[in-house]
Design a protein around this ligand. Structure first.
Ligand SMILES: [Zn+2]
Length: 328
């Protein structure tokens, strides 16, 4: 009888997923990815699971292609703005920051299955290969053998501070530990920290499958930024993307993206600047009708097992992340 347990468990989980998917039919699922990886990571490398194993990604993409209606960001926003009905199980795939693995690992799989996606670029990361500060913290603490609680405490303390103070604290950490993450195009920099380049971005853009949106220029958290900083960050990142791709950039993704990382002011400025959408990292599904601003997302992270991906996608409830540990 023991050997039947995994089978019964999987059957029950599959039925539960189908029920959840139907119960939330018509709600919009925005999936959040960062990078992908084809390596094992230890210590604090990838300790927040934002680089998803490429095989898990492929299996998730197969599931999405079979069970959901994956739309481009433009198609989705067009429907929300015009009132045109969306298909029954609408989903949009989003990638934050501009990691090189979006091209090396994700793009071939998306092409193979014909699924569109949007990549939000922090354009300084792409242009100047300056790593984003959270990655600099991960790297320095990993190399120095610090604990996960040290890392989380550092990020929690500084992410609510002004950008200049964050960058000063990160530089100090690098000096204290003696470990500084190099430019994001160097061969000695671990693959997960590398940035896309504009040739890769143009190739993806010209494929017609991949859209590019703004994630600010310097990955600054906008909720507490001054209006002139917000305007300058939006203008710079949009100008770089439009110049390099030749395509309009009118979608925006908030760095960090949690409560307090956006504001009425930032939303007002986005609209004044004719951005057509904004997305956050707040978790959950988006019931319709909805405006295409401050949309919620489902974080597709490397700590989820196959059945949990399916269930999280079906229900959009973060509490499922702790369930079904025995699932695939
Ligand atoms: Zn980001």
């Amino acid at each position: 009888m023991m050997s039947l347990r995994p089978l019964l468990h999987d059957t029950a989980a599959t039925l539960f997923n189908r029920w959840g998917r139907m119960r939330h039919r018509g709600e919009l699922r925005m999936l959040m990815f960062h990078g992908l990886t084809d390596q094992e990571h230890h210590g604090l490398e990838n300790c927040q699971y934002k680089h998803l194993n490429v095989d898990r990604f492929e299996s998730l993409v197969r599931h999405l292609a079979a069970s959901y209606d994956v739309l481009s960001m433009d198609e989705m926003v067009e429907c929300l703005q015009s009132g045109k009905p969306l298909p029954p199980f609408p989903a949009v795939l989003t990638f934050d920051d501009g990691f090189a693995s979006n091209y090396d690992l994700a793009f071939p799989i998306l092409k193979q299955h014909g699924l569109p996606a949007i990549i939000y670029l922090a354009t300084e990361f792409v242009d100047e290969k300056i790593p984003i500060w959270v990655d600099r913290v991960d790297y320095a603490m990993h190399q120095a053998g610090r604990s996960r609680s040290d890392l989380v405490a550092f990020k929690d303390k500084f992410k609510v501070r002004p950008q200049a103070e964050i960058l000063a604290a990160v530089s100090q950490l690098e000096e204290d530990t003696g470990h500084r993450l190099g430019r994001a195009d160097r061969d000695d920099v671990p693959t997960i920290y590398r940035a896309l380049n504009w040739d890769q971005i143009r190739e993806m853009s010209q494929s017609g499958l991949i859209t590019f949106g703004s994630h600010t220029h310097t990955h600054v958290i906008l909720g507490r930024a001054q209006p002139d900083v917000i305007r300058a960050e939006l203008a710079e990142s949009r100008a770089r993307i439009e110049r390099e791709t030749g395509c309009a950039c009118h979608h925006f993704c908030y760095p960090n993206g949690a409560a307090g990382d956006f504001s009425d002011t930032s939303e007002q400025i986005l609209r004044e600047c004719s951005f057509r959408s904004s997305i956050t990292t707040l978790g959950g599904l988006n019931p319709l009708p909805a405006k295409p601003f401050l949309l919620r997302r489902l974080g597709m992270t490397n700590d989820l097992r196959a059945m949990q991906f399916k269930q999280y996608l079906a229900l959009g409830d973060a509490s499922v992340r702790g369930l079904l540990q025995a699932g695939g």
